[in-house]
Design a protein around this ligand. Structure first.
Ligand code: AMP
Ligand code: MG
Length: 353
């Protein structure tokens, strides 16, 4: 029977600790788990309980706002839905400043990744049925028909300085699923920043994307765990390894072939699609984790690098000043130079490069 496995792809390891570096002394962080953007959102906030609760609620409200008014292609009046309708009637949508920024960053990433990350592939994603609880192998003819029509180059974003506009020049459907959770982390960062000294530090995890903010009260290092992409039985470690994060804000996103997939005739078909073929990316990777200073970029890069494979990802990572942990199909873990002192492999059965 076909099945989809959805895991929260990255976990946080926290220890409630104390003091200094912050205005108030806090023994344990405020912790909460919410549901937003179709995933679990876990918040660990070093602040007093009321502030922690308030920040946590504000983050959930903002994630719902992002989902319903901007990013969801299901919500009838969201920005993405309104843009998707322009492919039928040829009209133009005027984005607000927030949406303009998303589009500038998304189109830059599409261009720099040579289309490995391509937000125009919504119709091809639909063919695979991951979002309809009906994952299946599409008819090759349907993929071939859509492939030439889908490209980020058909998304026209113009910015005259005073205003900007977006239109589609091909019958495409935008899908921001590869960057939505990272955008959520960017918004969480803005909310935490406005709290000033009321919040000492925090870790906000939106599905596979994480924001590490500020410091712990005792200034000890944040331990962020990366999901083991092949936890095949109960004895296997949940975590592939641990990142010791000192410099914040820091945004961490993981993409893996274990998040949504089905198996047919012994082949795993997952949800990260190579826009050049219309089929699940086959670059020799099972998981990619990106660490950088921007949520949207970390999330988009994790998808792009999964499609590109290790070698072609390296120049792209350099352009964004990002670091990565790659896990190959042969269970080899490759890390970029900037992580040599901060990543520790924990799971058995893997080898380091
Ligand atoms: P992520 O888990 O962040 O890698 O995002 C995967 C989601 O992004 C999928 O469920 C699709 O909705 C969408 N997607 C899949 N492949 C691509 C791609 N190559 N470029 C842009 N979006 C993609
Ligand atoms: Mg992503």
């Amino acid at each position: 029977m076909k099945k989809i496995m959805i895991y929260i792809s990255t976990f946080l390891l926290t220890t409630g600790t104390l003091l200094c570096g912050c205005r108030t002394y806090i023994n344990t962080p405020y912790s909460s788990a919410e549901y937003a953007m179709g995933t679990i959102v876990s918040n660990t906030i070093y602040a007093d309980k009321n502030t922690g609760r308030e920040i946590s609620e504000n983050i959930t409200d903002e994630l719902n706002n992002l989902e319903n008014n901007y990013l969801s292609w299901r919500a009838d009046n969201s920005l993405i839905s309104r843009i998707n309708k322009t492919s039928e009637n040829g009209s133009t949508v005027m984005p607000d400043d927030k949406a303009s920024l998303f589009f500038r960053k998304v189109l830059e990433l599409a261009e720099k990744s040579s289309g490995a990350f391509d937000p125009s592939i919504g119709k091809i994603i639909d063919l695979w049925g991951f979002y309809d609880n009906n994952p299946h192998l599409p008819e090759p003819a349907l993929i071939n028909e859509l492939l030439p029509k889908c490209s980020y180059k058909y998304i026209k974003y113009t910015d005259s300085g005073a205003s900007s506009s977006i239109s589609l020049t091909s019958d495409i459907k935008l899908d921001f699923g590869a960057v939505g959770k990272g955008i959520g982390c960017d918004s969480a960062y803005q909310i935490l920043k406005t709290s000033g000294q009321d919040v000492c530090g925090a870790v906000i995890s939106v599905g596979g994307s994480i924001l590490v903010y500020g410091n712990k009260p005792d200034n000890s290092i944040w331990n962020i765990a990366i999901t083991n992409p092949r936890k095949d039985n109960d004895d296997d470690n949940n975590y592939l390894g641990i990142l010791n994060i000192k410099d914040t804000p820091c945004f961490i996103s993981t993409s893996g072939d274990y998040e949504k997939y089905f198996e047919k005739d012994g082949v795993r078909y997952h949800h990260i699609i190579d826009p050049k073929t219309g089929y699940p990316a086959d670059s020799g990777l099972i998981s990619v984790t990106i660490i950088c200073n921007d949520g949207l970029v970390s999330d988009g890069l994790s998808t792009a690098c999964f499609v590109l494979g290790i070698k072609d990802s390296l120049p792209l990572l350099k352009e964004y000043n990002a670091e990565a942990v790659f896990v190959s199909t042969d269970k080899k873990v490759t890390i970029t130079d900037g992580l040599k002192d901060i990543f520790t492999l924990k799971a058995s059965g893997y080898i380091t490069d």
